[in-house]
Design a protein around this ligand. Structure first.
Ligand SMILES: C[S@@+](CC[C@H](N)C(=O)[O-])C[C@H]1O[C@@H](n2cnc3c(N)ncnc32)[C@H](O)[C@@H]1O
Length: 261
């Protein structure tokens, strides 16, 4: 928690600014959530009566998507600065609360939630398996988990490794994206995970896979520069599901379900 909160509390780093110029990625993630909420509705009825837990909610970027659709949400966040920003950003919504804590604090939770989200957090976790176990414990039987992982095997990375003849890269261990200098300085970790490994771990814990989407498939400087945004959105909309099973893109969204007890 200390690492995460000091990184995101740093007065020189504004996570809201990180999103400036990333409208495509933001849109792609909302579109993925829309697809997955539609799937939840198809399996288990409308989400209006459901409760949400958003783990590592940040300033509530995605809360504006789910708050109008659900009964209420708890936003779990370790960084005070992001909590303060979130309370302002989500002003006008009455059905949410922030709770200061990290994924490890879930061990103290006795409440369970119908839908649990963990988006853009897994890259900071040294032990994703343990996190998936904790998330299972706070999900109601029959409930859902939407978890995003940065994909170790996204297409461009695979090509890069093949061209360099780095065949040692092709294993299921998570890979730390920090430079050796930042690792030495003990800066917050940035892991990329193997989707196959995450899927196998989740299965071992008891999660059933319902859907997998490949997200931000066209995240590329020259595409952003030369392709009209409407065309990129169109391509993204039609490729998330299609490319989901190929783990093509840099970000994979899984929808898991905790089986009824
Ligand atoms: C890249 S931000 C993502 C925020 C939000 N989910 C979003 O998609 O905009 C990563 C977030 O994870 C939080 N975080 C980092 N380590 C965490 C941990 N161990 N448990 C819970 N949250 C954590 C950070 O404080 C930060 O808010």
């Amino acid at each position: 928690m200390a690492l995460a909160s000091s990184f995101y509390n740093d007065p020189d780093f504004d996570y809201r600014k990180y999103w400036q110029g990333r409208e495509y990625e933001d849109w792609a993630e909302r579109w993925a959530l829309q697809q997955l909420f539609a799937r939840i509705q198809h399996i288990n009825g409308p989400p209006q009566k459901k409760t949400v837990l958003d783990v590592g909610a940040g300033f509530g970027r995605l809360a504006k998507f789910y708050l109008p659709r659900v009964k209420g949400a708890l936003l779990l966040e370790p960084a005070d600065k992001l909590i303060k920003q979130g309370e302002i950003y989500l002003k006008g919504y009455k059905n949410f609360h922030y709770y200061r804590g990290n994924v490890e604090s879930l061990v103290h939770f006795s409440t369970s939630f119908d839908i649990v989200l963990m988006i853009r957090v897994s890259h900071h976790l040294n032990n994703l398996f343990h996190a998936l176990q904790l998330l299972w414990q706070v999900t109601a039987p029959g409930g859902f988990l939407i978890v995003e992982i940065p994909n170790k095997f996204h297409f461009r990375q695979v090509m890069r490794q093949l061209l360099r003849w780095h065949f040692g890269y092709f294993n299921n261990f998570s890979v730390d994206r920090r430079s050796p200098k930042r690792q030495k300085k003990n800066v917050i970790p940035f892991w990329n995970h193997s989707p196959w490994r995450v899927k196998a771990d989740a299965k071992m814990i008891g999660w059933e896979l319902e859907e997998e989407l490949s997200v931000s498939n066209f995240r590329c400087r020259w595409i952003k520069k030369y392709l009209p945004q409407r065309l990129t959105f169109f391509l993204e909309r039609h490729s998330q599901k299609l490319l989901g099973h190929l783990y093509f893109g840099p970000s994979i969204f899984f929808l898991f379900r905790r089986a009824n007890d």
